[in-house]
Design a protein around this ligand. Structure first.
Ligand code: G3H
Length: 539
């Protein structure tokens, strides 16, 4: 098997031309205050998770470099975002909703023109299969258009007056200020844009730090940002997160922190803000979603969904199934069928058709996953599938680990990789207690064909997590559904509509309803002199 895994890595000449990068992408500039500023300081070398076979061994392919800027450049970008917001009086926050939509549409056209290069970089930077990289790009574009439609809806609903207790008011959503936006490496484009775009379109100004893996793919989009928005509205910051982010937070000039990452980092950053009450946080954090497979489940279906849920994109989804509770009476049969399904999964290079399992981007991941497996073995578990946990360079073959118990790392830690811990249980109280005691609270999947059993589980679990999936894997989509979590899994809610709410605040203009005020309001509306107080309707 080791040889088979080794054989997935090819020589430079064996990479199909249509998927190879024409050349290294050495980014020597960044977008700040409406300009592409050049950078000749230190840079970070980007190593792909894809290793190249050479006569001297296997080496992660170097695909480019990006700037390692310092606190100084980050502060200058912050100043630009603060100036562009100008206490809410800047061009962007004061622009009409229709004009902001026009800018975002302009950007999206330019973004679509960069699809090929962005998709290729996505594949090379994080090892996501070509098919999934295309899906990530398309899903992001769809998300932007859905966001525009949702904003039009919100705006139409706000284009009227409400009269209560002889007070007339117009209620709209207003921006919050400067948004610091940081996305994750596993969905570097999609998840970054599901916060950046709603924040932007609501009139906020943006400081945007690309994730550590999945940085270069944003470079081809910087020109589109520059050309589509007024100076200072979108600014990028590059550099070591722990060097450049804390000083930004300490200024107190960040109004919204939006981060898809770890709860530890989010907590540390929030505490640095001098006035926590002025900081809004929209966070997607840790998760360890469980599947509960009862004795009454359709095993074939459960196996199919567990494979999808725990191994799509190598198990590197925040929504992935990361622990599986199986009723003791069916555990052996479940594992047997699971192993057969895993054996059918194709592993290889991301450009191969039908490939599911690909190399992992974080250099330390194979070692960490081995530690988890060894720890489980030391505490009495076994690897149940052939070649489970075998690895070579950046690739790790999925491991089914059983029986897992609460003394093992795999019981509590978010492994974020292709390892499937299986816990046998006797009574449903066991998985329910697991969820109650867990620090995570994103989603759960329950597998059963018995309506009474499902009903009882739903009512027990819906107050532990934010989404209970019946006979299906956990997932974020459809993107119009609320995506959130309890405990250390999230703060705030994202969905196409919820994100627009999250990055804005309801504000109203109100007055006593008398003839004098009626006349004034009518005059403002008929002369069209205010963007806020207006009954204009966007179609
Ligand atoms: O990593 C977390 C993603 O938001 C998961 O999205 O469930 O659609 O794969 P997904």
């Amino acid at each position: 098997m080791k040889e088979k895994i080794k054989a997935i890595f090819v020589t430079e000449q064996e990479i199909p031309d249509e998927y190879n990068l024409a050349q290294e992408l050495n980014q020597k500039e960044y977008l700040s205050n409406g300009k592409m500023l050049s950078w000749d300081g230190p840079s970070h070398t980007v190593y792909s998770p894809i290793c190249i076979k050479t006569k001297d061994g296997y080496h992660r392919k170097v695909i480019g470099t990006y700037p390692i800027c310092t606190e100084k450049e980050a502060m200058e970008s912050l100043d630009a975002a603060v100036a562009a917001y100008d206490n809410g009086r800047g061009k962007w926050p004061a622009l009409s909703v229709q004009d902001r939509i026009n800018c975002v549409e302009h950007f999206t056209h330019k973004m679509i023109a960069q699809k090929d290069v962005v998709v290729k970089l996505l594949m090379w930077e994080i090892g996501k299969s070509f098919a999934d990289s295309v899906k990530e790009f398309d899903r992001t574009v769809e998300y932007i258009y859905a966001t525009i439609d949702a904003l039009k809806d919100i705006d139409r609903q706000s284009s009227r007056f409400e009269i209560v207790q002889n007070i007339v008011a117009q209620i709209r959503r207003s921006p919050l200020g400067v948004v610091l936006c940081m996305g994750p490496f596993n969905y570097p484009l999609n998840e970054t844009f599901t916060t950046l775009i709603p924040a932007l379109i609501m009139g906020n100004t943006i400081l945007f730090k690309p994730p550590k893996h999945g940085t270069l793919l944003h470079y081809p989009l910087l020109e589109a940002f520059k050309e589509s928005f007024p100076a200072g509205v979108v600014n990028t910051i590059y550099g070591r997160g722990n060097t450049i982010i804390p000083p930004l937070m300490k200024t107190g000039n960040i109004n919204v922190l939006t981060l898809i990452g770890s709860s530890k980092v989010a907590n540390e950053l929030k505490k640095l803000h001098p006035k926590v009450n002025r900081l809004r946080a929209i966070l997607g954090l840790d998760a360890k979603n469980a599947a509960i497979i009862t004795a009454k489940a359709d095993l074939k279906l459960a196996v199919e969904e567990v494979v999808l849920g725990s191994l799509s994109f190598n198990g590197q989804r925040c929504t992935a199934l990361k622990i599986i509770f199986v009723h003791q009476s069916i555990a052996v049969e479940f594992i047997k069928q699971l192993n057969i399904a895993i054996e059918k999964l194709k592993f290889g290079m991301p450009w191969e058709k039908g490939v599911t399992l690909t190399p992992l981007p974080e250099p330390q991941k194979p070692v960490y996953l081995k530690e988890c497996i060894d720890d489980a073995i030391a505490h009495g578990a076994k690897v149940m599938n052939n070649f489970g946990g075998e690895s070579f360079e950046s690739f790790v073959y999925p491991a089914v680990v059983y029986p897992v118990n609460n003394s093992m790392k795999l019981y509590k830690e978010e492994q974020f990789g292709p390892v499937i811990p299986i816990v046998p249980y006797v009574t449903l109280e066991e998985p329910i207690n697991y969820l109650i005691e867990s620090t995570h609270g994103q989603q759960v999947s329950i597998f059963s064909n018995n309506a009474d059993e499902i009903a009882a589980l739903i009512d027990q679990l819906i107050n532990q997590v934010s989404r209970v999936n019946i006979n299906s894997q956990c997932q974020r989509g459809p993107d119009v559904f609320p995506f959130t979590g309890r405990k250390d899994s999230a703060e705030g809610t994202l969905s196409v509509v919820d994100a627009l709410r999250s990055f804005s605040i309801r504000s109203l203009v109100a007055t006593k309803l008398n003839d004098h005020n009626k006349k004034l309001i009518n005059e403002i509306i008929s002369k069209d002199t205010s963007n806020f107080l207006s009954t204009k309707y966007i179609f």
